[in-house]
Ligand binder design. Sequence first.
Ligand SMILES: [Zn+2]
Ligand SMILES: [Zn+2]
Length: 136
Amino acid sequence: MSAAVHAGSCLCGSVRYRVEGGFDRVTHCHCSMCRKSHGAAFATYATVSASQLSIEDDAGRLAWYRSSPTAERGFCTGCGASLFWRDETKEPGLVAFSLGTVDTPLGGIEIRDIFVEYRADWHTVGNASEQEAYAT
Ligand SMILES: [Zn+2]
Ligand SMILES: [Zn+2]
């Protein structure tokens, strides 16, 4: 559980955000949509209440891509960075932010691997005993 205030930003710096309060659900998501969206073996997201997140986007570069019937991915149209994820149908009031875009130190946090059954076949997932899939 992390309880500090954290700040994050996209690659070009147009979209900035702050997260206040703790978060305890942090995952490496191996689903194919996260892999494609991030261009990486997996996406690392921390989930918080939407009220904990404040976004600064003076240039209006934040856009939301609907990647499934209910889920949306927030990204910067200036640099393409993947910043946020939300599903207001399945997880109302919650939003996830990409841990790779956080600028402040996070320290040691517990991270779980999810949707490992969809992982890239070239990637080996660590901590096999701790793998757990969420229902959503
Ligand atoms: Zn950007
Ligand atoms: Zn995913």
